[in-house]
Design a protein around this ligand. Structure first.
Ligand code: 5GP
Length: 317
């Protein structure tokens, strides 16, 4: 399928590259790198993100060239990275475009004209890296920095289940190409806003536990009070997962209209992607997300009910 992707790219000139709304490190890093790879190939590439580039990724190379928009600009093809459907981009006008879908989610779907989905890799960045290699585009330090950041964030700093020697081989090659691990890590792990840390305090004061399940939430009122943005919620769920006896952590973020955005994280024994998919979302076995109708007590009980029914696949020590 990689050959086919490259063939379709070679046959076209003007590209839009995008990812899902509220992009994470893999969505942003892969898109920025992919845009530059296309430019080196002599193509015209515009990175379009419905929600722009989150603050912690704004220092990445080429981030300043990404545009925030609601509608795709004119193009010969759109490359969607890390995205399991058109809806998740929140962009208008994709229906009439030639679409190339590159993804690594188990819940990935063949919604595009060309679909390259490989759930054996830890990050879409690994696929973009392969694309660069096959296209004979030199992976310079700036491209390597974007790809390394994507890989580092989607593997939870090389700690998530599935991280293996191939992940480290790619990471090593990116570091050899000029990615600096400490510089990539700094804005992401030591660059939080004060609002995010205050929100974390509020979320943890709502910590609930039931055997191996932990859940926390934040309300719109709390987000307003601390001046927190959506992106400040990223990663809060991991603090609940960091508790020794917890196998699955859930984070509920209140949305306008009594809905809740749900982030699910597992240490590996429970497949949380199945739960997210039940509610119309998706993701990976150990990290997935969805939206659920409120009020909060109802949203919590529906998600917990689903999780309690979920088989435990691995016995952890
Ligand atoms: P997060 O909890 O950080 O929002 O998402 C965790 C993982 O689940 C990410 O890989 C993300 O792409 C995926 N994910 C989150 N929300 C959704 C959703 O609504 N639909 C799908 N298909 N995947 C989602």
């Amino acid at each position: 399928m990689l050959d086919r992707v490259l063939q379709e790219i070679r046959a076209r000139h003007r590209f839009v590259v995008t990812s899902h709304a509220r992009p994470d490190g893999d969505g942003i890093g892969s898109a920025l790198a992919c845009g530059q790879i296309l430019r080196v190939m002599g193509k015209d590439a515009t990175i379009v993100m419905h929600d722009g580039v989150p603050r912690i990724y704004q220092n990445l190379p080429f981030a300043g060239r990404a545009i925030q928009a609601d509608t795709v600009p004119p193009n010969d093809a759109v490359i969607l990275l890390e995205c399991d459907g058109l809806k998740r981009t929140l962009l208008q006008g994709l229906e009439d475009c030639f679409l190339i879908n590159i993804d690594h989610h188990v819940s990935g779907r063949n919604f595009a004209h060309i679909n390259w989905i490989d759930s054996t890799v830890m990050a879409t960045a690994e696929l973009v890296y392969r694309l660069a290699r096959l296209a004979c585009v030199p992976v310079a330090a700036d491209i390597a920095t974007c790809l390394y950041t994507a890989l580092m964030t989607d593997t939870g700093s090389f700690m998530f289940e599935g991280t293996n020697e191939r992940t480290f081989t790619v990471a090593r090659e990116l570091v050899l190409a000029g990615a600096d691990p400490a510089r990539c890590a700094r804005p992401i792990y030591f660059g939080h806003s004060t609002a995010k840390i205050r929100l974390l305090g509020a979320a943890l004061s709502n910590l609930h536990l039931e055997g191996p399940l932990a859940w926390i939430w934040v309300t719109l009122e709390q987000m307003d009070r601390f001046g927190a943005r959506e992106e400040d919620c990223e990663g809060l769920v991991n603090y609940a997962l960091s508790i020794g006896d917890v196998q699955v952590a859930i984070f509920f973020r209140e949305l306008p209209g009594q809905r809740y955005r749900v982030s699910l994280r597992s240490k590996g024994a429970v497949n949380v992607s199945a739960v997210a998919e039940h509610f119309g979302g998706g993701g990976h076995k150990c990290a997935s997300g969805c939206s659920v109708e409120g009020p909060l007590a109802i949203a919590v009980s529906r998600v917990l009910e689903r999780l309690r029914a979920q088989p435990v696949t691995v016995s952890t020590p």
